[in-house]
Design a protein around this ligand. Structure first.
Ligand SMILES: C[S@@+](CC[C@H](N)C(=O)[O-])C[C@H]1O[C@@H](n2cnc3c(N)ncnc32)[C@H](O)[C@@H]1O
Length: 201
């Protein structure tokens, strides 16, 4: 369920949170982090939130939830956002999600069956407001494992299809252990008609 050998490093956490923009008092941002684990990425997210923005965390592993709850009280970087943070224990698939401007997802997709990847990616994209982004990662080197476990090849293909439909940017973080790809997907905002401002013929 954890799907990693270590928490995300600084470079990967920065890449995952790169597009999170602070809101304003008139337009606060709502951010969701899925699979925060022990909070490595959450600490970077906290620095990118404005004073009116809100954060929801959904984590499946009870010991990680307890760890995060304590960190929200005692870790200065997290305590700063604790009053605007809601921590939920459970699977993301079981949550009634709200609407978000940005979702940062730390799920170990390579360990998920293809149908579950499709369902979760669909669920997350449907929870984004127009113009919202979903940022997530996949570890580099997974292809070697696919030869031993063909199901992982199908999982990778399911993820690839979602990426191809919505991707606005991918980057490689080589300094993480293990190195990872970071993908940013965009739900387009509807085109705005500015007919009134068109010059008269
Ligand atoms: C690869 S770890 C990432 C942890 C952390 N975000 C980081 O980057 O260090 C994946 C996390 O997702 C959690 N997780 C796995 N499946 C989940 C699910 N279906 N819903 C919510 N969290 C899940 C795991 O418990 C784990 O904390």
């Amino acid at each position: 369920m954890t799907g990693s050998i270590a928490p995300s490093g600084t470079a990967l956490s920065r890449a995952l949170t790169r597009h999170v923009q602070p809101g304003t008092p008139h337009q606060p941002r709502a951010v969701l982090e899925v699979g925060p684990g022990t909070g490595a990425v959450t600490r970077h997210l906290a620095q990118r939130l404005g004073p009116h923005d809100t954060l929801e965390l959904v984590e499946a592993n009870r010991p990680f939830v307890d760890h995060l709850a304590a960190a929200l009280r005692h870790d200065a970087r997290l305590a700063a956002i604790a009053p605007r943070t809601r921590l939920h224990h459970g699977l993301i698939q079981d949550q009634q999600l709200g609407h978000y401007d940005h979702i940062v997802c730390g799920l170990p997709f390579a360990n998920f069956p293809p149908s579950q990847i499709e369902a979760v990616v669909r669920q997350l994209l449907a929870s984004l407001r127009p113009g919202g982004r979903l940022s997530f990662f996949s570890y580099i080197g997974g292809r070697a494992v696919e030869h031993l476990n063909p199901r992982q090849a199908l999982s990778r293909r399911a993820l690839r299809e979602a990426i191809d439909l919505h991707v606005v940017g991918s980057e490689i973080v080589v300094s993480n252990v293990p190195p990872a790809y970071v993908h940013h997907l965009l739900v387009p905002a509807p085109a705005v008609c500015r007919c009134g401002s068109l010059p008269k013929a």
